[in-house]
Design a protein. Sequence first.
Length: 118
Amino acid sequence: MRTPFRITSATLDVLEAFLVSDEELHGFAVAKAAGKPTGSIYPILARLEQAGWLDSHWETEHPDEGRPRRRFYFLTPTGAEAARSIVLERRGQLPSQAAAQPRPKPAFGFRTRWAGAW
C-alpha cells in the first residue's frame, strides 16, 4: 500500500495502539501504549491527522487543576482501513487486545533470575 508519508516502526506502534483501543486516546496514552516518548509521538499524530487517518478534538470538560486540556485522537474509517492494511503488511499480523496489555514487572530484583521465564 502506498502511503502519503514514511511508515516507521514508531508509526506502526502508534497505529497498533489505535487498533487495539476501543476508545479515543489522548497523546500521552498513545505514547504509553506505543512505548515511545511523547516527543516522537506528537509529530506522528500530526502526520496521521494531516493524511486524514486520524481526527481529533480537545476535551470539553474542564481539566483537573494543574493539568492542561487533553487532545483526543481517533482513527477515521479511512485511517482504520489503512492502519489494518499497513500493520498486516509490515508486521504479518494484527495486534490483539492481549498484546496491548503490558506484562507485570517482577518485584524485588527477581528480573535477572527469572529473565528466561518471560
